[in-house]
Design a protein around this ligand. Structure first.
Ligand SMILES: Cc1ncc(C[n+]2csc(CCOP(=O)(O)OP(=O)(O)O)c2C)c(N)n1
Ligand SMILES: [Mg+2]
Length: 331
């Protein structure tokens, strides 16, 4: 990782800490998944931590966020509770969705995380609606819509972006392009040579793209875009290239099943956002190895305590099944 100059406003160490925490959470879930106590599907973001960590240090607690099936790191970066997220994955009553949603349905109004769902593209218009609510309330919040490269292929994406542009809504569309939709690479889904951000620019939204494995670049591009949105200049679309290390859904690696090669995986693994950021900070004297060890220790303690909390929490009672829903059941 090469860098021309230091920027005193970049929270270098916090960005590294955040990525390491997100990685450790995802990897501990992967490790403990085989205990069969977490029974919902999990879509892990190992390898993709830089985007979540970068935007997480830019958004305010009062901003809104929506996401999709791969949302653990989005939720945590927005300030969501690790204990409540793990309890949700364990299906426990103390979970952020009362144990009824699981990994793909995280919601926590207290930190502006307005929800995630497994229907690809399903939350994009919700995020735009949240942007409209902010515009009507005339506050300085923004609405951040996390989406993957696959979600750009849903028709609703175009309607939603069009409306956001038309009404100049304070919405950030944050696209993590990991080049795959399940087992389909971009090359079998979109014409050769197309750049997603260039295509999306045709809708009249300001766009930019960057290295999604460089947390400092992600942070600075997100900061520029969010400042611009808060200044009242309407929506923006950011595309960051990155790569998921583990299988689409589940705790394993699946490079052997034929849809991507081990060589491709190793190329991306070499671009590990954490190892590269760590090397840069060490070389620059911005951190020492013993401080990195302290990070690791603090993270391990937090994760251990959160898993204990999740495991010790009770399951919801059957009579709670329809409580906390947006509709009422008449018996
Ligand atoms: C409307 C809809 N179509 C298809 C699916 C099946 N599906 C689940 S995840 C996924 C991949 C989406 O890819 P992307 O948006 O790039 O996210 P990634 O998994 O790469 O993070 C698909 C097609 C779905 N859940 N919803
Ligand atoms: Mg994808």
């Amino acid at each position: 990782m090469t860098r021309q100059h230091f920027d005193a406003t970049t929270p270098y160490r916090q960005l590294l800490f955040s990525m390491k925490r997100l990685r450790a959470v995802e990897e501990t879930i992967a490790e403990r998944y085989l205990e069969w106590k977490m029974r919902c599907p999990v879509h892990l973001s190992t390898g993709q931590e830089a985007v979540s960590a970068g935007i997480g240090k830019v958004l305010e607690r009062t901003d809104f966020c929506v996401s999709g099936h791969r949302a653990h790191t989005h939720y945590l970066s927005k300030g969501g509770s690790l204990k409540r997220m793990l309890a949700e994955i364990y299906g426990k009553r103390t979970g952020c969705s009362s144990g009824k949603g699981g990994s793909m349905h995280l919601i926590d109004e207290s930190v502006g995380f307005k929800g995630s769902t497994a229907i690809v593209g399903g939350t994009i218009p919700v995020g735009v609606g949240l942007g409209l609510s902010i515009a009507l309330a005339k506050t300085k919040q923004i609405s951040c819509v996390f989406l993957g490269d696959g979600a750009v292929e849903e028709g609703v994406f175009y309607e939603a972006v069009n409306f956001a542009v038309l009404k100049k809504l304070p919405v950030l569309f944050l696209c993590e392009n990991n080049f795959y939709s399940v087992y389909s690479p971009l090359k079998v889904r979109q014409p050769e040579g197309r750049q997603i951000h260039e295509m999306v620019a045709g809708l009249g939204v300001r766009t930019d793209c960057g290295d999604g494995n460089d947390v400092f670049e992600v942070f600075s591009k997100c900061q520029l875009a969010v400042n611009d949105i808060r200044a009242g200049n309407g929506p923006a679309f950011l595309e960051f290239a990155t790569y998921r290390w583990r299988e689409h859904c589940g705790p394993n690696y699946d490079n052997d099943i034929g849809y991507r090669s081990e060589e491709e995986f190793q190329t991306w693994k070499f671009k590990d956002p954490i190892a590269n950021a760590e090397a840069f900070l060490l070389e620059s004297g911005l951190i020492t190895s013993s401080e990195i060890n302290e990070f690791d220790k603090a993270i391990a303690i937090e994760i251990h305590e959160a898993f204990e909390f999740a495991e010790a929490s009770p399951f919801p009672e059957p009579q709670e099944a329809f409580r906390d829903l947006y509709w009422e059941v008449k018996t």
